[in-house]
Design a protein around this ligand. Structure first.
Ligand SMILES: Nc1ncnc2c1ncn2[C@@H]1O[C@H](COP(=O)(O)OP(=O)(O)OP(=O)(O)O)[C@@H](O)[C@H]1O
Ligand SMILES: [Mg+2]
Length: 332
């Protein structure tokens, strides 16, 4: 009977070791006299098995960070350890322990999907049968088995992303880096990718993902580093970032007639001062202390003979947290 070729086994590392640690990581690209500071001293720890996100708008420094952590960009200063190996001192040690899905499509267009994966396995020292076995296993896992013989250039954007993720997993990396994995793919393909990445994480894979989609960061990431102009503005769970950034809850009530009769009363909302705007029949309150505000607006409206048509409470979002952190709207 034919036995299946041996597959590489994950390397076990002491639980105490961080998957990633950076100290004062800095990158200055040559430009003019002073250069362009793309990342200005990043201190970060990513735990093993964590789903960690780098969130920031265009040019924030996300790809530069990933580039340094994956040994493709040389740091100007500082240090970074990935899976216990320092990126500048031991780039080969780092490379053998990471999988990288970069921002652009880097599949070999002339090769079949299967060979794109299998060749990667060979590069990492797998025997030809083991590489083929692992490649087929991954294609099956990512619902791409029927594309094994297709040429890479025949794939849709979403399929190409899935193949790139599969290729990055060939050698069972300790850390998987995904640089904007869902950029430019349609909503269905995006959901498929979320599913795949989420199940990888559930299987114990450490994942570092960059994105400028707030919903993606919130849906997938356990912790987020918010980066802007090369600076780390916040690093915490999405919930904690929303709470601690001072982002505001917005409470809106629309009455059946102009809110003038309650104009003074709404300015005396308990727990204030709050930011209150009265606009025709609508009262909008922005506050970090929302408890009791809605009840007050309903009571005062009732006392003034107004009927409430609509009432809504919008809790702090990552969008409003970003606004509070940077002083400007989030425009990816
Ligand atoms: N090779 C390079 N040479 C010079 N400047 C660069 C280089 N790569 C990036 N930059 C600059 O460094 C800054 C950070 O770029 P980076 O690509 O890290 O941002 P990003 O957060 O990945 O943005 P995006 O969301 O657009 O991918 C930008 O101002 C960019 O123009
Ligand atoms: Mg980028």
């Amino acid at each position: 009977m034919k036995t299946a070729p041996a597959l590489p086994q994950p390397v076990t590392v002491a639980d105490t070791a961080a998957a990633i640690r950076t100290e004062g990581l800095r990158k200055v690209y040559p430009r003019g006299q002073d250069g362009l500071v793309a990342l200005d001293g990043l201190d970060l720890t990513v735990h093993q098995g964590e789903f960690f996100g780098l969130l920031g708008t265009n040019g924030a420094g996300k790809s530069t960070t990933i580039g340094m952590l994956t040994t493709l960009v040389t740091p100007t200063a500082g240090s970074a350890w990935v899976a216990g190996h320092e990126v500048s001192a031991d780039p080969v040690g780092v490379k053998s322990r990471i999988g990288v899905v970069s921002q652009g499509n880097t599949l070999d267009r002339a090769l079949t999907v299967l060979d794109n994966l299998a060749f990667r396995g060979r590069y990492f020292g797998m025997t030809a049968p083991a590489a083929r076995h692992r490649a087929l296993e991954l294609l099956e896992q990512f619902a791409l088995a029927d594309k094994a013989s297709a040429k890479a250039h025949q794939l849709s954007g979403g399929q190409a992303r899935r193949v790139m993720i599969g290729r990055a997993l060939m050698h069972l990396p300790k850390v998987l880096f995904l640089d904007e994995p869902t950029a430019g793919v349609d909503p269905q393909a995006r959901e498929d990718l979320w599913q795949i990445i989420g199940s990888l994480h559930e299987g114990g894979q450490t994942v570092v993902l960059t994105t400028h989609y707030l919903d993606e960061a919130e849906a997938l990431c356990q912790r987020l580093a918010v980066i802007d102009h090369g600076h780390l503005l916040a690093c915490d769970t999405p919930e904690a970032i929303k709470e601690t950034s001072g982002a505001q809850t917005v409470i809106t009530v629309r009455y059946d007639a102009a809110a003038d009769p309650v104009k003074d009363a709404v300015r005396r909302i308990p727990g204030g001062p709050h930011d209150v705007v009265v606009d025709g029949p609508t009262v909008r309150v922005r506050t970090t202390r929302p408890d009791g505000v809605l009840g007050h607006l309903l009571r005062e409206g009732g006392a003034a003979g107004l009927t409430v048509r609509d009432a809504a409470t919008t809790p702090p979002s990552l969008q409003s947290a970003f606004l509070t952190l940077t002083g400007r709207d989030y425009k990816p």
